[in-house]
Design a protein around this ligand. Sequence first.
Ligand SMILES: NC(=O)c1ccc[n+]([C@@H]2O[C@H](COP(=O)([O-])OP(=O)(O)OC[C@H]3O[C@@H](n4cnc5c(N)ncnc54)[C@H](OP(=O)(O)O)[C@@H]3O)[C@@H](O)[C@H]2O)c1
Length: 353
Amino acid sequence: MGQNLANLRGMTEGTLALVTGATGWLGSHLASELAAMGWRVRATGRGARPDSLGPDIDFRRADLVEDHLGSLFEGVSHLFHLAGASSTRFSVEEMSLINAVGTERVARCAADGGVQRMLHMSTTAVYGEKTALPSPVIETVPLSPSRDYGKTKVAAENAARKVSAETGLELVILRPVSVYGPGNTKLVASAMLDVALEKAAGAQALMVGSSFEDLRLVHLDDVVGACIHLARTEGIAGRAFNITSGIYPTSLELAKAIAGAFGMAVEVGGDWEGPLSYTQREAMVERLKVEYPGSANMVFTPERLRFLRRPNVNNVLSIEALTECGFRPTHTDLGETISDTLDWYVKAGWLPN
Ligand SMILES: NC(=O)c1ccc[n+]([C@@H]2O[C@H](COP(=O)([O-])OP(=O)(O)OC[C@H]3O[C@@H](n4cnc5c(N)ncnc54)[C@H](OP(=O)(O)O)[C@@H]3O)[C@@H](O)[C@H]2O)c1
């Protein structure tokens, strides 16, 4: 646990947190951390109760778009709305329903139920990746999402803001960049899966192309810590906060951190397509699942090392708003955190080392 989380312990009197998206990656970690800090926690998701949630967490299954939600909110002081949908698993229509319609329904129920504050989990995809904004990007710029995911998350922010303006519900918005860490299944996790496949195929070095992107990342623990910090900070209602680690590795640096964790070197100037064809990678991932069933949780991308190849003209984001209100990300050593993340995958039986 980082210093930020340790500082927040013992501030939980009279609180009941409701965490949506608690069957998902970030939500399940947030629910467990809140409970570990002594908060009373109610958690909800569409699927079954995750094994990782302790017995003290009151888990209730609900579809935020379809179901009647009123009783979920009884006695809740703080809502952490993390349920959401991205393009990895959902169509545009589904993203629109879950992100925009689901958020509006949740915010209305929160306002009707007397919730003090809603922490809404948005994303920096709301800024878009194609039209250059003044750098570093601050939270108050006009939003210009370029992809469907970002567009539906803007609609979600707008829905929450509308309910807040109509009802007085305190709203705080958190906008993380790509999150990585133990249990992650997408983005950086997909790149780590690709490297694991090549190592299993006997490669000594990770081959990368010769042009690199600037990337931005944030660790799971920093996102969880920021959620809890912002839920309890006075005087910030109505504001949005970016969160990144504050460092901007190039794709070469991230490739080196991942390869290094697997004990491999990096070879620059090769082919981004790498030594294995798509069909070979696909066959290897099926074989990996037999010995390491947990690897089935990790998203296999048709494009090798896809995360390392995604350009974004709005890469650099200001986190001054967040640091000024007392929260600073602490997971800033990429080599160390990627290596710790691989250790988690190995111990959990998701990947060989
Ligand atoms: N992961 C990242 O890198 C990242 C970066 C920036 C922002 N975010 C935002 O952070 C939030 C959580 O992300 P994550 O990576 O933890 O996603 P995740 O693992 O895919 O979890 C999404 C959660 O939303 C729930 N959900 C979806 N549709 C629902 C519905 N109709 N009713 C009730 N629950 C529903 C899912 O429930 P079931 O699985 O049970 O259906 C799951 O618990 C999202 O809002 C995402 O936009 C994530």
